[in-house]
Design a protein. Sequence first.
Length: 317
Amino acid sequence: KKSDRLLSVLGLPATIIFKLLDADFVHDEDVQGLTPMELSSATGLTLKESAEVVRLSAASSIEQPVTILQMLKEQCEVPYIATFCEALDSLLGGGIPLRAITEIYGTPGIGKTQILQACVSVQLPSSVGGVGGEALFIDTEGSFTAGRLKDMATDAIQHAQTIGGKNVDTSDFTDISILKGIHYFRCLNYIEIVAVIKHLPSLLKSNPKMHLIVIDSIAFHFRHDFPNVKARAGLLCHMTQELIQLATKFNLAVIVTNQMTTKIECEGSSELVAALGETWGHCPTLRLALHWSGETRVATLTKAPHRRNSSVNYQVQ
């Protein structure tokens, strides 16, 4: 792994290596993300020496190119987290994909809380085609309902037993194991959200079974506590870059929910659109819009790199 590479193998002079080791900078990963000035301040190296360390570390961490055939093979092998809704799973190509950020947005009451189902279904054992992972739920609105999870857990256990039949032992997949496999953060402002995301690398290293991160919702604090729209867009883009890097490195899925806002057209007409603006719309890997058509719930895939944009009717269980 890149994080295991010693700085001492970069060909740096011994005097620089000694200063790095003395300041507890041992591996490549220890200097990644630091500016020369930050590294100089932490180690006592000159700015020129620090810049050389950062340059060599970055150059040595560049991976070898892959062929298009390898890319296609890897895409086919990416597992999915089932939503337990056949129509949604079909629309998404199998479910919520790992190594991607999926945004789900819609009006209140449309069924965005079905993301709780993903926190349960990510734990389906690999013996029945599941991921066998755990989930982290970042709650920004205070809308998390633990009681609802018990019913979902019971349904998931029955589902696993049905798929496995008599030949597959799913006895370890229980109500208790499911509830223990969901970790929870309550964030009261956008600063706490940023702090949690900064903490994720160490959290994921200590919890290798974590294969799902949910942020419900990404918009809540950023809309109300962040009046500078340009600065907000920049911070959101930076956050999603960090999340997609973690999703790829740790083989996990990221789900973010978003709110709706009214967009006023030039002619005076209006329409409901996803909040946070057009810049944010480029950040998620997939975008899933949930809306009503009369009394029918409709899910529309509005952005997906490997799927055609389309719609399906669905029901909330």
